[in-house]
Design a protein. Structure first.
Length: 292
């Protein structure tokens, strides 16, 4: 029977039907493919990854563009199999210190969750976090020893500032000098890095903008990636620092003045991992209209 509005068997000639919903203009059941796919909710709108949502909630991110960029970043990192090896990730989204402090991987406001504590002078904005180059640095509370492996360590930053300065943008400290882990983006037109060693490797660097990654995936080599280009150096592993990583310089003697729009610390990466991370970070910065 051709009901104008019917339910029951949901015959194909019903205008609105319940049941199998074969050819209904509005149907419930198998005809609603999007809800069955698991990729969209019942309204057909995209869902938010739960890890992205946890960060958005903790950091009080209300801007839809920023929310979307965070969600896409998390989805990309998981798709590239980078979510697990990264232990701390700071996307610097929201524009305030209270929002920039959160670790995307574990957005709790605790030392154990590796949230940042900003010290000294910083300027926070929608494009990132800028240390003053005098006394500004941020504690991550992430200690290499106990969290990372002697032959499996990586870290890096995305800088929006091109300036030559004798200071690392990320590193840990032993005594008065940056020790086992550190990364200078541009000092005397050279990038310097240490990864679980007390000696530097270096590479010409006349532009300190973009994503820089320092990496160790074995006992005899370290890698540097500058804006997607990779370099490899012979460098034996030595020791894991018992001091926490710091961003924007390392206290008490080295303070940088480059705006950070992304930073991470994690396990050692493959060459493909580093390439994929650069791709994901560029997409993230582009979505926020702050790629350089």
């Amino acid at each position: 029977m051709a009901n104008a509005n019917g339910w029951g068997d949901g015959a194909s000639n019903n205008n609105i039907g319940w049941g199998k919903g074969a050819d209904n203009a509005i149907g419930w059941g198998d005809i609603h493919a999007d809800s069955w796919s698991g990729l969209t909710d019942i309204s057909g709108l995209p869902t938010t990854d739960p890890d992205a949502q946890a960060f958005i909630t903790a950091a009080a991110i209300t801007d839809p563009t920023q929310q979307s960029a965070i969600n896409t970043l998390v989805v990309d990192l998981k798709g590239y199999l980078l979510w697990t090896p990264i232990k701390a990730l700071y996307p610097f989204v929201g524009g305030t210190a209270s929002q920039h402090k959160f670790n995307l991987k574990n957005p709790l406001d605790t030392d154990a969750a590796f949230r940042l504590v900003f010290n000294g002078g910083w300027t926070h904005s929608s494009t990132g976090a800028l240390p003053n180059g005098t006394n500004g640095y941020a504690d991550t509370y992430l200690v290499a020893q106990g969290t990372l492996g002697l032959n499996s360590t990586s870290y890096g930053v995305y800088s929006r500032t091109n300036v030559d300065r004798n200071a690392p943008s990320i590193g840990n400290v032993t005594g008065a000098a940056p020790a086992e882990c550190s990364l200078w983006l541009r000092s005397s037109n050279t990038a310097f890095l240490r990864v679980n060693n007390s000696t530097n490797a270096s590479q010409a660097s006349t532009d300190s903008r973009g994503l820089f990654i320092a990496n160790r995936a074995n006992s005899t080599q370290i890698n540097l990636q500058i804006r997607g280009t990779q370099y490899t150096y012979s460098n034996n592993s030595n020791s894991l620092s018992t001091n926490a990583f710091q961003l924007g310089g390392v206290n008490p003697n080295f303070f940088d003045n480059k705006q950070l729009a992304f930073a991470f610390i994690g396990d050692g990466l493959t060459a493909q991992n580093m390439t994929d991370l650069n791709t994901a970070v560029i997409a993230f910065q582009t979505a926020l209209s702050r790629n350089v």
